[in-house]
Ligand binder design. Structure first.
Ligand code: FAD
Length: 403
């Protein structure tokens, strides 16, 4: 398609997507789905979600704006926005290869060689190859530039040594985007880092599942013990890893657009909490009749609407001047914290029953709100904690002094 689509074309496209979803949305599984890509812990969850991504991709609804040469649809991004919003409306599951679709893929498209784009991008879209991210280390999370893992060049290979931790999808991934130190003599911690598209399924890479407070698994500790990876998996120049990582983080934190699309987590809407408030009792009457509950629900609904409108505003350059990145940069912070507070409120609405958990026959909705509450912390920590996001907003958007 050449030029921007008309409103009529977009509305007709929206109708097609809605129709497709009505016929093709996956049937609810007999097991519990993870709340996000950070909680995929069993083979049946993984296979179900991978099958869903594959079907959405084959239908042309993932990677719509990515170049055709690498498996994308070559269309204006606005088509992907339509698909994403219809997927949220239909409450279909999220895309399992999210790290590939949302940040590894866009980074490769922006900074990779032609060979790397052809090698990796099509299989990210089709979910044939799953990606994970190796940024955090046992001693360095927020302080990412302090990565201690080493990569030494030997002929056509690099030899990796070190440990990455909290690796979401680590048990299923074929590749990991990772930062490693290729030179320790630089003047600052930002020098001497390099960025790799490292294969995971090579000898001497070991993943150990980590159990979460929900009792489920979703991430791993990943050890590299003299693991050899081809030198061709270096992304960007040797020693320039920090600037590549900043590009990845811009995609991850929403400061830059161009992600392949689909949902990032199981959608949660205020209307679901309103339904809950109709079902549970407070002082012998439905909680929804309590004025304090109603007041809080209205506040949540206003926040939700504000976020929705911000999504539209982000796409209109004239509405985001003079700080074009301000709204996208605050999205992760605001969305993840809203989700956490919504889940906390949903648990509190249940009164004493709020302490019952999944599997308890008396738990409301099989304890899904309780599980959701615990999982809601994931997005407030992964990808940079809320405190770090606030620092970034303070420094880069509001121009405050560096803390
Ligand atoms: C569910 C989940 C999935 C994850 N998946 C991945 C993954 O796939 N790949 C990956 O690499 N990592 C992943 N992580 C790790 C995540 O990125 C880190 O946990 C996060 O960056 C924080 O690092 P840390 O745990 O070392 O905490 P620390 O950096 O030690 O922080 C501890 C506390 O201090 C605060 N703090 C630290 N520095 C500052 C500062 N400068 N100003 C103000 N407050 C500060 C933090 O906000 C936090 O509250 C995941 C984490 C979770 C919870």
């Amino acid at each position: 398609m050449s030029g921007d689509p008309t409103t009529q074309e977009l509305e007709s496209f929206r109708g097609q997507v809605r129709d497709w979803l009505a016929h093709n949305a996956p049937k609810p599984p007999r097991f519990k789905l993870p709340d996000s890509f950070m909680e995929v812990g069993t083979d049946e969850q993984f296979n179900y979600l991978r099958d869903w991504q594959q079907r959405a991709y084959q239908a042309g609804y993932i990677g719509m704006s990515w170049p055709k040469a690498y498996g994308g649809g070559g269309l204006p991004q606005v088509f992907q926005h339509v698909v994403n919003s219809e997927m949220a409306r239909a409450r279909v599951p999220f895309m399992v290869n999210l790290i590939g679709l949302f940040w590894a893929g866009p980074t490769i498209l922006k900074l990779g060689t032609e060979e790397q784009k052809k090698r990796y991008v099509p299989k990210i879209l089709s979910a044939e190859e799953i990606w994970c991210q190796g940024f955090s280390e046992p001693e360095n999370g927020s302080d990412l530039a302090n990565a201690q893992m080493t990569a030494l060049r030997e002929g056509d290979e690099y030899v990796l040594n070190g440990t990455k931790i909290w690796t979401s999808l680590g048990a299923y991934a074929h590749h990991m985007i990772l930062l490693a130190r290729t030179d320790k003599s630089g003047p600052t911690k930002y020098h001497g880092l390099s960025f790799f598209l490292a294969p995971m399924r090579v000898p001497r890479v070991e993943t150990t599942p980590i159990r979460k407070m929900t009792g489920e698994h979703g991430f791993t500790e990943t050890r590299f013990d003299d693991a050899r990876v081809p030198a061709s998996c270096l992304l960007g120049e040797v020693g320039q890893g920090w600037s590549v990582a900043l590009t990845t983080l811009a995609f991850e934190r929403g400061a830059e657009g161009g992600q392949a699309g689909g949902l990032a987590m199981v959608p949660l809407q205020v209307s679901q909490v309103v339904e809950l408030a109709k079902q549970v009792q407070r002082d012998g009457r439905p909680a929804i009749e309590d004025p304090i509950v109603r007041d809080q629900l209205v506040r949540f609904a206003m926040e939700e609407r504000g976020l929705e409108l911000s999504q539209y505003r982000m796409r209109k350059p004239t509405l985001t001047q003079p700080r074009p990145f301000a709204v996208p940069m605050m999205s992760k912070l605001v969305m993840s914290e809203l989700r956490r507070r919504l889940c906390a409120f949903a648990v509190s609405l249940q009164g004493e029953a709020g302490q019952l958990y999944v599997g308890d026959p008396d738990a409301h909705a099989d304890g899904n709100w309780q599980r959701g509450y615990m999982n809601a912390f994931s997005a407030t920590i992964g990808g940079g904690t809320s405190q770090i996001q606030m620092n970034i907003l303070g420094e880069r958007v509001l121009g405050l002094a560096k803390g």
